[in-house]
Ligand binder design. Structure first.
Ligand code: G3I
Length: 301
């Protein structure tokens, strides 16, 4: 096939892009988005600060606009993210203990209920593990409400939207390392105790090399009985960019339970990684070499 989405669909996968409601009026941008992608995720519009700016007062305007665009085009929607230590509304940042726990679980319930039936996969919890060698949890106001906050969030999300796949999502998990192993152990524990989890998101914000255990890491999560999704792919521009994009795509294609890939933005200048030019399209919307390498890898599968 000749587009990313249609090529991924040949093997039952999706190919998605992170976007924002304010882009819906950008003609060049939307021409590419509509042509190439069969899944979208809100880069910011469904986060806690965006959806519950004041406690108990919810704003779904931009999230709804993205969902409605996706539905009109038959695209899937990933939901990102119900709970995260960053981009919390200011009212939550100062909270702790049972008040914060209750507010967080209420947030999960309200947002997942609002979008019920419309979300393919939710990032229920984002980035809860620490970097470095500990393999443990990241300190945060949410973590300080008790180690069971993650499973409480997953149970609340399942109750609110039984049809959505529920994912744990994190970065620096691009191979077998202490952080990805900590997450692996949590997922294994959740599966053994019946905590509802369906997928692991590997963000894949990559530099100029790819960990040699990238595919092996995808495979070990799949072997636990969860889907794996590449959720925020972008790759530092440099000699290897097209090759790394192709290797990531091939690694996903090689694992049956790796069900989709999302790139974290459309055109280079709009990336959160200023100056990295880490995306598949340049500032004029032209396809880069990395685009062609991904397309070929999808069609080789
Ligand atoms: O919306 C406000 C606007 O009202 C204000 O005037 C402006 C001034 O700074 O800021 C705007 O908010 C910015 C927001 O993006 C929307 O543009 C924030 O400052 C800015 O920090 C925020 O950055 C986002 C970042 O998450 C926040 O941590 C990036 O766009 C987004 O790409 C990035 O995405 C994260 C994923 O959610 C999780 N994984 C890592 C990834 C990259 O950091």
């Amino acid at each position: 096939a000749t587009t990313l989405g249609a090529s991924a669909a040949q093997t039952g996968r999706y190919f998605g892009v992170a976007t924002s409601a304010f882009r819906l009026s950008d003609t060049n941008y939307m021409t590419i988005l509509n042509r190439e992608f069969n899944s979208i995720v809100a880069e910011n519009d469904m986060k806690w600060d965006a959806t519950e700016p004041q406690q108990g007062r919810f704003n779904y305007t931009n999230g709804d606009r993205l969902v409605s665009h996706a539905q009109s085009r038959g695209m899937k929607v990933r939901g990102h993210a119900l709970l995260w230590h960053a981009q919390q509304p200011s009212w939550a940042q100062g909270m702790s203990g049972s008040a914060l726990r209750n507010a967080a679980i209420n947030h999960v319930t309200q947002v997942a209920t609002h979008f019920r039936g419309k979300i393919h996969s939710w990032d229920v919890v984002n980035e809860a593990f620490a970097d470095g060698g500990s393999g443990g949890r990241r300190d945060s106001n949410l973590q300080r409400t008790g180690n069971d906050w993650i499973e409480a969030a997953f149970r609340a999300a399942r109750a609110a939207d039984p049809g959505a796949k529920l994912c744990y999502n994190d970065y620096n998990t691009d191979g077998i390392n202490a952080k990805s192993t900590g997450i692996y152990n949590m997922v294994r524990d959740f599966k053994s105790r019946g905590v509802p989890i369906d997928c692991v998101g590997l963000q894949s914000h990559l530099g100029t090399t790819l960990d040699s255990t990238y595919q092996q890491n995808i495979q070990r999560f799949a072997d636990l009985g969860v889907d794996v999704q590449i959720t925020e792919l972008d790759v530092q521009q440099g000699g290897n960019q097209a090759n790394i994009y192709a290797s990531v795509t091939r690694a996903c294609m090689a694992v049956a339970r790796c069900t989709g890939i999302t790139v974290w933005g459309l055109r280079d200048p709009e990336s959160w990684r200023t100056g990295a030019n880490p995306l598949l399209f340049d500032g004029n919307g032209n396809k880069k070499a990395a685009y062609t390498s991904v397309l070929n890898a999808l069609n080789a599968g």
